[in-house]
Design a protein around this ligand. Structure first.
Ligand code: NAD
Ligand code: UDP
Length: 329
């Protein structure tokens, strides 16, 4: 029997960014109408270029701090607007904080007037520098309110509070995704995050910059897995925060070795100072996502890194004659 799904109207704020552009693409291919709103602070038009001529896609260049004028129906809002890379969110900390608070209030008010369901892209940074090895949603975190990461961490925590208040006391239909480190094609080569830095450095033959001793850990989720998780959360009835990430945990040293091996690069590893308040460990407990959403990541790091290397090889000037992304055993 044929099944008919109504075409939804979906607003993706931050849709020209790394994760947002993959989400827009997936929503369009599922047959929905997508409005991408982005101020292009860290996003890039090239990320959404293939969608621009699609009849169901529209781009609006705007900051979420400005009032959003909306006419017509709106079913869902995914709020991804906010720089995610530490050097970029620290470039204008007040703007980052305002994006997470005033910007979020603006979107919550749009959700109220339109009746749209709204999802917030929160972060594992709400756990700060965690004291427990596996972070579950009940853990309250260890966050410095006054350090260089605070504009982002505390901004995202405040955003969760706003979502919770509007959901609990004003009847809004809210979703909160606590996203752990995500990587993949379309990360900006200049955004300064570890995966893009290491791959670009390896491909261009310059030194690989390991901050600190490289023994700090992160858990890396491939972008397609994250997008599937965000959409599953949006479709679910879960209004409390849900971790979305890949529980595989790796040191930065291990990641550097993997990138060197896969690219066949001769880049050297160099150690640079560890940024202030850099979390020592990070690993998501995803049992809630598994139970409530039936979701789990499927792309192993080795495979996701190979795909990402192939993407970056098309964007940066590769050093020497190298067949990139094919060296993993
Ligand atoms: P990104 O920097 O590539 O994308 C963010 C997008 O938001 C960019 O296109 C940027 O131009 C836009 N933006 C920023 N401030 C804005 C504002 N005030 N108004 C309108 N647009 C604005 O980052 P990303 O990795 O794609 O992250 C997307 C979202 O997911 C962010 O909210 C981030 O905090 C969250 N997140 C990402 C990760 C990750 O590892 N990628 C981890 C945790 C949380
Ligand atoms: N990092 C690194 N070299 C780099 C960039 C980052 O060793 O060139 C480290 C950074 O100190 C952190 C980890 O990699 O411990 C992840 O950094 P990223 O900025 O990607 O994300 P976040 O710290 O927000 O998890």
């Amino acid at each position: 029997m044929a099944s008919f799904r109504r075409k939804k109207v979906v607003l993706v704020t931050g849709g020209a960014g790394f994760v947002g552009s993959h989400l827009c693409e997936r929503l369009i291919s599922d047959g929905h109408m997508v409005v991408c709103l982005d101020n292009l602070l860290t996003g890039r038009m090239q990320n959404i270029e293939p969608l621009l001529n699609h009849p169901d896609f529209r781009f609006i260049r705007q900051d979420i701090l400005e009032r959003i004028v909306w006419t017509g129906p709106l079913d869902e809002i995914y709020n991804l607007a906010c720089p995610a890379s530490p050097p970029l969110y620290q470039r204008d900390p007040i703007h980052t904080f305002r994006t997470c608070t005033e910007g979020v209030l603006n979107l919550l008010s749009l959700a109220r007037t339109t009746g749209a369901r709204i999802l917030q892209a929160s972060t594992s940074e709400v756990y700060g520098d965690p004291e427990i090895p596996l972070q579950h949603e009940g853990y309250r975190g260890c966050v410095n309110t006054v350090g260089p990461r605070a504009c982002y961490d505390e901004g995202k925590r405040a955003a969760e509070t706003l979502f919770w208040e509007f959901g609990t006391h004003q009847g809004l239909d809210v979703r909160i995704a606590r996203i752990f480190n995500t990587y993949g094609p379309r990360m900006s080569p200049e955004d300064g995050r570890v995966v893009s830095n290491f791959i670009v450095q390896a491909l261009t033959g310059v030194d690989i910059t390991i901050y600190g001793d490289g023994m700090q850990t992160r858990s890396f989720c491939y972008v397609d897995d994250l997008v599937a998780g965000l959409m599953a959360l949006m479709a679910s009835e879960t209004t409390d925060p849900v971790n979305l990430g890949n529980p595989g945990e790796f040191t930065m040293r291990h990641l550097a070795d993997m990138v060197l091996r896969q690219t066949g690069s001769a880049s050297r590893l160099v150690h640079c100072p560890l940024p202030v308040d850099d979390p020592r460990q990070r690993r998501p407990d995803i049992s809630k996502a598994a139970e409530r959403l039936g979701w789990a990541p499927t792309v192993p790091l080795e495979e996701g890194i190979a795909r990402t290397i192939r993407h970056f090889a098309g964007e940066v000037q590769v050093d020497g004659e190298r067949e990139v992304g094919l060296h993993h055993a």
